[in-house]
Design a protein around this ligand. Structure first.
Ligand SMILES: [Cu+2]
Length: 162
């Protein structure tokens, strides 16, 4: 590791010298400046690498703007449970083939899930929270939507892709 650092700093010093030589030939007046610059720029070469690593990770946090841009339609689906009445609202959804839909899934009080086995959709939403799902419906059909813990209590729906 220290070997690598010294090689990098050696190379940077060499590059600075190489860059300085033609400058000196062209402009003699610039001569005194390069000496303090050499130590400053070699130090920045050593500390620079960690910065680009964190840059790609931060782009995922801006997903809200990119999903809105790619979705053809945004649907709010409430996952209601008040008074023991377990329902998706709305429970019957219709889309066209090829449509990309952003679902905003909001649980009222309890844990719910938004599961469509045939489409590989499985989103779990904690009580009182809202999760987002973006999905492209590329196969026509009628699909059964269920909330796993409340399926037997009637918390089911249908997704029709025309
Ligand atoms: Cu449920």
């Amino acid at each position: 590791m220290t070997k690598l650092v010294s090689v990098i700093s050696l190379m940077s010093i060499l590059m600075i010298f190489a860059a300085c030589v033609p400058q000196n030939e062209d402009h003699d007046a610039v001569d005194p400046a390069p000496v303090p610059q050499t130590s400053a720029s070699s130090a920045s070469v050593m500390t620079a690498p960690p910065a680009p690593v964190s840059a790609p990770a931060s782009s995922s946090s801006s997903s809200s703007s990119s999903t809105t841009a790619t979705a053809d339609k945004v649907i709010d689906v409430a996952m209601n449970d008040a008074g023991g009445n377990y329902v998706f609202e709305p429970g019957d959804l219709t889309f066209t083939t090829g449509e990309t839909v952003q679902f905003n899934l909001s649980s009222e009080n309890e844990f719910h899930s938004f599961v469509v086995d045939d489409l590989g959709i499985e989103v779990e939403v904690e009580g009182g929270e809202t999760d987002t799902l973006t999905f492209t419906f590329d196969k026509p059909g009628v699909y059964t939507l269920i909330c796993v813990p409340h399926e037997t209590l009637g918390m089911v729906g249908t997704i029709t892709v025309q």
